[in-house]
Design a protein around this ligand. Structure first.
Ligand SMILES: [Zn+2]
Length: 359
């Protein structure tokens, strides 16, 4: 296969199209990672490191602050939406246009065109974001080379419609079990019904009033919901076991320990016989009060929005680096067959970042 050369002198939209046409479904990122590494190595102001298909490029200018610009280079499977197509309304169509090759193009444009930024810069390009968390390239770099990711502030160029989205909520899933005693349903008084025993759990969930805490000026919205229920042995048997699966989405002012303690407390007197944590990932504080973040907000303008879903910003948060999402794509179009991006948003994001980094 001929080597593909990425031309970083292309403008943001054209570079996005080139990246989109360079298909890189999760697990097949190597050729694109090679091309990105090769293009970055031609830039004398950057040192380039590689771990697997993850590329990290850095300036070393001795500036007072270091900012990380990060993005994943993989996409979900192609849905008959390649090659890319630019229409007459300035919309670029194709797999990965929004999520998030337009963001990667902005990273590469800043890397190529801002040789003397006012803050030291770290560019991170990583693989396997769209698949299971243990494969995530950013996680692998964080484990193997945490020093490559140090900084005062990080920006993930994930699709956010050119708005700043701060932090992200945590998510906890627990299985609440109730017990009973089996009996023939013709003689139900001989047993005790575990499904009926789940009633206090459901009542507590239905009456629960979720918090809406304001953190760094952003209002988060929590949620505590049943997302599954299982029970029953046969249609003529009083069931002896029932499980309610509960998902708690919580604001990032709560630690993982506090979140779990809260859910235990909510169901403390509901007759739960077993409380099993099935899955738990912490949230990330928006960090917008950090000076670097505040300067960034002033430069890009607009009002920051809270991020309700879980994103890789929490990986930076775990490393002690406050992080936000800010990218040209639109999250609502991600993973869709008709995925697209407005080229004006790509140019806008690139210009805002360049202004902030050269002011
Ligand atoms: Zn993404």
């Amino acid at each position: 296969m001929p080597e593909t050369v990425l031309d970083l002198t292309l403008d943001g939209p054209a570079l996005t199209a080139a990246l989109v046409d360079h298909r890189s479904v999760s697990g097949e990122e190597k050729p694109l990672a090679d091309a990105i590494e090769q293009a970055l190595r031609l830039l004398p102001h950057l040192t380039v490191d590689r771990h697997g298909n993850n590329i990290v490029a850095r300036t070393h200018l001795g500036r007072a602050e270091r900012v990380v610009l990060a993005g994943h280079i993989d996409t979900v499977p192609v849905a008959e939406n390649l090659p890319s197509r630019l229409d007459e309304n300035g919309i670029l169509w194709g797999c990965g246009t929004s999520d998030m090759k337009s963001g990667v193009a902005v990273q590469l444009r800043i890397a190529a065109t801002v040789p003397e930024p006012n803050r030291d810069l770290t560019f991170v390009f990583y693989d396997n974001e769209e698949v299971a968390a243990h494969l995530n390239g950013l996680g692998h770099v964080a484990d193997a080379h945490p020093d490559w990711l140090t900084g005062d502030f990080a920006i993930l160029l994930e699709p956010s419609d050119a708005q700043v989205e701060g932090g992200c909520q945590g998510t906890l899933r627990v299985h609440l079990r109730t017990e009973g005693e089996r009996a023939h349903s013709a003689r139900s008084w001989m047993g005790s019904n575990a499904i009926h025993a789940a009633a206090p759990i459901l009542a507590r969930l239905a009456a629960y009033e979720p918090r809406r805490p304001v953190i760094d000026g952003l209002e988060y919205r929590e949620g505590l919901n049943a997302v599954g229920i299982e029970g029953g042995v046969a249609t003529n048997v009083i069931p002896d076991a029932c499980t309610v699966v509960v998902n708690y989405r919580y604001a990032p002012d709560r630690s993982m320990e506090e979140a779990e303690a809260h859910v235990r407390e909510v169901f403390a007197d509901c007759g739960v016989s077993e409380f099993v944590v099935d899955d738990h990932t912490g949230g990330a504080l928006p960090g917008l009060s950090h000076p670097a973040a505040a300067a960034f907000m002033a430069a890009v303008g607009g009002t920051a929005q809270p991020k309700f879903g879980w994103t890789d910003v929490s990986r930076f948060s775990a490393l002690g680096v406050p992080a936000v999402n800010y990218g040209p794509g639109n999250a609502l179009l991600a993973h869709k067959r008709d995925e697209h991006v407005a080229v004006a948003k790509i140019t806008h994001c690139e210009e805002r970042l360049r202004e902030w980094l050269t002011a």
